[in-house]
Design a protein around this ligand. Sequence first.
Ligand code: PMV
Length: 336
Amino acid sequence: MIWAVAQANVALVKYWGRAPGPGHQPAGTSVSLTLDGLASAARVEERPAGGESRAAWAPPGPVTDLTRFVEGARAELGIARPLDVLVTSNFPVAAGLASSASAYAALTTALAALAAEPLPAGRLAALARHGSGSACRSMFGGFVQWRPGEDSGAVTQLAGPEHWPLAVLVAVTGTGPKRVPSREGMHRTRATSPFFDAWLTAGEADLAAVRKAVRSRDLPALGTAAERNALRMHATALGADPPLLYWEPATVAVIREVWRLREDGVPAYFTIDAGPQVKVLCEPADRQRVERALGGVPGVSHVLRSRPGGAPCVLATPPAWAAPALLDGSPADERT
Ligand code: PMV
């Protein structure tokens, strides 16, 4: 039996749109930061030969593609026996917090440990991408870039987590109505938003700005580019038909609070993925002040603390937070 754990990531330059054709290729290049403490764990166990693999979330959750992913990965990794798989997360799933990224990265890491031959990190990232695009970035720690391409250099680490000890706060604005899954949202945006091509073109300048800011550890430059990129992604999605609005009233209130903090001289910057939660970047010295301010915004249920996190790893035992789900549960056939 193998356990592995991986962490979520927040996109600083967003992946929003696939390239046409097969292979889950992104239309543009994205950059993310792996988030310490927002984790998923996977348990993988070989079953007697014959039959299909069984895969489930524990407790039951968004199971749709898990079994298909496991069967595809078995073929790619040369794992002969069918598998029993359980995945669990320590934060809300399907709420715009990238739980699918950490889940598929944890699962890929656990499956790789059973593989006939070891695979380089770039190949494993390409595999994780088939579960959820952003999962390929969670295969590395720190600042990670994903550019279009099938080669093993498509996903690379720009800088490790120790390079820049930023504080990241996640303002959770309640669960709200169920969002449109990002896969469907980006497909609809590409197919119907008149702004889509402009979004891709503008993203190139954001990419250059973010890469430079990471290198020089320049928070105002990073934050300005990341905020702009997030707002343009959401503007493009709003232009889809029917429109995609991922925000709640509290999402807007947090944006205004971040801008107010900046007017008061606190360098804090937000970004928002495909959900109502707002992620805020600031200096560690300002963390408490920013956390208090975000926690005081009406509609914010709580604030999660994070910072740059590391790569996935294989564990001898499940992490304490995941132990109840991963030790007791077993995937039931009807859940696969
Ligand atoms: O990995 P997916 O298919 O869940 O898409 C992720 C989309 C965003 O989170 C909105 C942006 C990103 O780059 O992570």
